[in-house]
Design a protein around this ligand. Structure first.
Ligand SMILES: [Zn+2]
Length: 373
């Protein structure tokens, strides 16, 4: 039988999660102040939750067997323990010891902290479950490379790392720990590119406007440069970036002979993406000629910092602008505009005249800035 004090917000937020059985353990959640609190029992074994006041008056006492949120009345101390454990002998110890414990993080274990950690854990566990399903038994590199996209593998290694960190302080099912170790060992040669792809190589095509640049009819995003056949799959995700694509309809693709005319393809992407296509192009050339400089791909997942400017608009490849987004706000000069016009007006239009409203709509399109998490 063991009494454990959980005094900082991270300890409190994780509580009994991932323990198979609390056995005789008593987890005591010590808060700096009285407040109504929301607990949850996701990933927890069946447990008893008891809330009491600073004087030891019991305000809530229930055995919770299902995964759910539990609203507690205003209280200062909370206990989690196995359903059958007699916690009462511990109450006086908690009351006596609690005021002397260091109060780390005056920040309360609020619902926000709770739900954020919960979301991370739920995601990490789901990723590891996918690994277990994909690999029968031992994790193998060739299965990993065949079954998952590069960005997914990046998210899986992040999840594995997160679960291993977590397992230092809390009990995780041993299968999850073993699989996490195996995934990290298997993916070790590719870690840098995988982690970069987990942010910068996520799919975007279905979220972007797809009106054809030239005529405005529904089209699809077509890639400009292609990786060489011998390129490692881990290094090909940048070719899927929006900076290497333009939206064109089937008809305009035919009319412009887009697939045969490399000059038109380059001009269109260069005109649309300006300095961002230039930076991508530079990465592409340097990678073909095996002269990429050493760079910190965690801070700059897309390309070395010297290839682009300092912001999204001027071609930065830094982490804070690494998520795919449409070409809104790109800094273009007259060269870029001429390049785009060369392509859009290269062939005469029959019937519908080229208008620039659909192009303008694409250039103006942006996602609503996301609100925190
Ligand atoms: Zn078109």
């Amino acid at each position: 039988m063991q009494l454990q004090f959980l005094i900082d917000s991270v300890q409190r937020a994780s509580g009994a999660m991932f323990m198979r059985d609390l056995k005789e353990d008593v987890l005591a959640f010590i808060y700096p102040s009285i407040a109504a609190r929301t607990f949850h029992t996701f990933f927890c074994p069946p447990l008893r939750i008891v809330a009491f006041s600073s004087h030891g008056c019991i305000l809530f006492d229930e055995v919770i067997t299902k995964w759910r949120f539990v609203k507690l009345p205003p209280c200062q101390y909370v206990i989690e323990t196995g359903p059958k454990v007699d916690y009462r002998p511990f109450v006086s110890t908690i009351l006596n010891v609690a005021p002397d414990l260091p109060q780390e993080g005056a920040l309360d274990a609020s619902l926000r902290m709770d739900s954020l950690l919960f979301a991370l854990l739920a995601e990490a566990v789901a990723d590891i479950r996918r690994i277990r399903e994909a690999h029968q038994g031992v994790v193998k590199s060739e299965v990993q490379r065949k079954k998952f996209e590069v960005w997914e593998r990046g998210q899986i290694v992040s999840s594995a790392g997160f679960l291993l960190d977590f397992s230092r302080a809390w009990t995780l099912p041993s299968g999850a720990v073993r699989l996490s170790h195996e995934v990290l060992a298997t993916e070790e040669p590719y870690l840098e590119e995988l982690v970069a792809a987990s942010v910068a190589g996520v799919p975007w095509r279905h979220n972007f406007p797809n009106a054809c640049l030239r005529c405005g009819k529904p089209g699809s995003w077509r890639s400009i440069l292609q990786p060489t056949p011998e390129a490692l799959v881990e290094n090909t995700w940048r070719y899927q970036r929006p900076e290497n694509a333009v939206p064109l309809c089937h008809h305009c693709t035919e009319t412009l002979e887009f697939l045969r005319r490399e000059d038109l393809r380059f001009d269109l992407a260069w005109g649309l993406w300006g300095p961002r296509f230039e930076a991508f192009w530079e990465w592409h050339q340097a990678s073909l000629e095996r002269r990429l400089p050493e760079w910190d791909s965690c801070a700059h997942p897309l390309w070395p910092p010297e290839f682009g400017g300092g912001s999204w608009e001027t071609g930065s490849g830094s982490l804070k602008v690494a998520e795919p987004r449409p070409p809104h706000g790109i800094v273009r000069d007259s060269r870029h505009e001429q390049a785009m016009r060369r392509v859009l007006f290269y062939k005469r239009f029959r019937g519908r005249q080229p208008g620039e409203t659909h192009l303008q709509r694409l250039l103006d399109f942006q996602f609503e800035p996301s609100e925190g998490d």
